[in-house]
Write a protein that binds this ligand. Structure first.
Ligand code: PEP
Length: 251
């Protein structure tokens, strides 16, 4: 399976013009990649405008609603995302959990709705600094995974990717040490093996996210056994993001 490099643009850039420029730069530079799947998750509004045709880039969204359609002001559903060319959707990002009070139950509904729409969920899990200091990370991560995947079948788990994103490392410049990421990586596999099977656990892609940059990116792929990276800040800097993709191609 290819390595997966996911760009989470969050609420950036400020204009469609800037978004197109950034996207086109990445698109042009990645035409010849072979070993890496690049997924760009821009704000919803830019999705139908960013043209992936003739490129290796896939589109992803940063969130979704769990109903297909109806009286739900301001929400965007999985079939809508599918209809504008999305293949992946990030679910349960810590900023959504913290700022928009997203619960594990809501995340579970979103994952099931994404499965129905045949979209791949990128489920974000991770502990806060306080939870880490109290030695609670295993409990937090195991709870988040079990609740998010409640009722997801052995067949449907194939449409789920897990991203380990320690909350204290997101946007802080304090990246998690690769050895720490490796410990969590193995722990996540253990939970999946218990919930499903060892075979499923071995196949499930696990990503790392949190202050990834061009200097540390490869450490996670080489030393932590991660299948890919979820990148926020550095994905908005075209040159740096492209370098990470090309470094990934070479391992
Ligand atoms: C993120 O937003 O998911 C993220 C990992 O951000 P950053 O790379 O900026 O820490």
């Amino acid at each position: 399976m290819k390595k997966l490099i996911v760009a989470n643009w969050k609420c950036n850039p400020k204009s469609l013009q800037e978004a197109k420029k950034l996207f086109d730069t990445i698109k042009k530079a990645t035409k010849s990649i072979k070993e890496t799947e690049v997924v760009i998750c821009p704000p919803f509004l830019y999705l139908p405008v960013l043209k992936t045709k003739g490129s290796k880039i896939k589109l992803g969204a940063q969130n979704c609603f769990w109903e297909e359609q109806g009286a739900f002001d301001g929400e965007i559903s999985p079939p809508m995302l599918k209809s504008v060319g999305c293949s992946y959707v990030i679910v349960g990002h810590s900023e959504r959990r913290r700022l928009f009070k997203e619960t594990d139950t809501m995340i579970n509904k979103k994952i099931k709705a994404l499965i129905r729409a045949n979209l791949i969920s990128i489920l974000c899990v991770g502990e806060t600094e306080e939870e880490k200091n109290k030695g609670k990370f295993t409990q937090v991560i195991s709870d988040q995974i079990k609740k998010a995947l409640k009722g997801v079948s052995r067949k449907d788990i194939q449409k789920v990717i897990i991203a380990y994103e320690p909350v204290w490392a997101i946007g802080t410049g304090r990246a998690c040490r690769p050895i720490e990421a490796q410990v969590v990586h193995l722990f996540i596999r253990k939970i999946i093996a218990r919930l499903y099977s060892r075979k499923i656990a071995e196949r499930l892609p696990i990503l790392y996210g949190g202050s990834v940059n061009q200097k540390n990116a490869l450490d996670y792929l080489k030393e932590s056994g991660m299948k890919g990276l979820l990148i926020g800040g550095a994905s908005l800097r075209a040159k740096e993001f492209i370098k990470i993709i090309y470094d990934t191609e070479r391992i």
